[in-house]
Design a protein around this ligand. Structure first.
Ligand code: SAH
Length: 215
């Protein structure tokens, strides 16, 4: 899988290749589903684990904000795959928080991480996952170097912009029918720039009731 992503120019950096080799996607995909094929997989509760090329693209975009000792927030952490990757990249001196509003997914993501090479980071406390509405971010971790949002918002929630550190970066899919993966950079003077990276298709960033209404 990592070789394929490298050949297609999606993985460019050694750090991203290494972390995606180290965190086995097979531990995060429900049993019976092909873990290493480049497509999203249903994980229940109207949610999916993103395709490997999306995980790789987000890791590439956030690489400079995931250096050892930095802090990262994974909003809509789902299976916990990217949360685990972030934790491995920032290491034991860093801090990573996952926020997910489906309690069952939080429980299974914690179990997935326990089986992965990020297990010790979870045990020692540099990685934690919480049940909460991610649209409010996680103020206790703020300000964060990196924020990743794994579900598409109608617009960028202000609390997430506020919780970004100067020099920090957020990657967030935005849109309803047509979605763009937006890269939000907070400069050292506090000003914010936003650019579109690629067109994407994510599940909505919404309330728990709306997400589960037909489930
Ligand atoms: N990066 C995750 C993506 C999971 S899909 C992975 O690859 O496993 C998006 C996730 O966002 C779902 O698990 C969904 O339950 C969650 N989500 C949607 N709206 C949310 C909200 N308001 N607060 C927290 N989590 C949310």
């Amino acid at each position: 899988m990592v070789e394929y992503l490298k050949q297609h120019g999606i993985i460019k950096s050694r750090e991203v290749a290494e972390v995606m080799e180290a965190i086995d996607r097979g531990l995060f995909v429900p049993a019976g589903c092909p873990p290493y094929v480049d497509r999203p997989v249903q994980i229940g509760y109207n949610a999916t684990i993103s395709a490997p090329h999306m995980h790789a693209s987000c890791l590439e975009l956030l690489e400079k904000q995931l250096l050892p000792g930095m802090s990262a927030l994974d909003v809509g952490s789902g299976t916990g795959y990217l949360t685990a990757c972030f934790a491995l990249m920032v290491g034991p001196q860093g801090h990573v928080v996952g926020v997910e509003h489906i309690p069952e997914l939080v429980t299974s993501s914690v179990e997935n991480i326990k089986k992965s090479s990020a297990a010790s980071l979870s045990k020692e406390g540099s990685l934690s996952i919480h049940v909460a509405d991610g649209r409010l971010g996680w103020p206790e971790l703020a300000p964060c170097d990196a924020i990743h949002v794994g579900a598409a918002a109608p617009e960028i929630p202000q609390p997430l912009i506020d919780q970004l550190k100067p020099g920090g970066r957020m990657v967030i899919p935005v849109g309803t029918v047509f979605q763009n993966l937006k890269v939000v950079d907070k400069k050292l003077d506090g000003s914010v720039s936003v650019r579109n990276e690629i067109c994407v298709w994510y599940v909505p960033f919404t309330s728990r009731a709306t997400q589960l209404h037909d489930y």
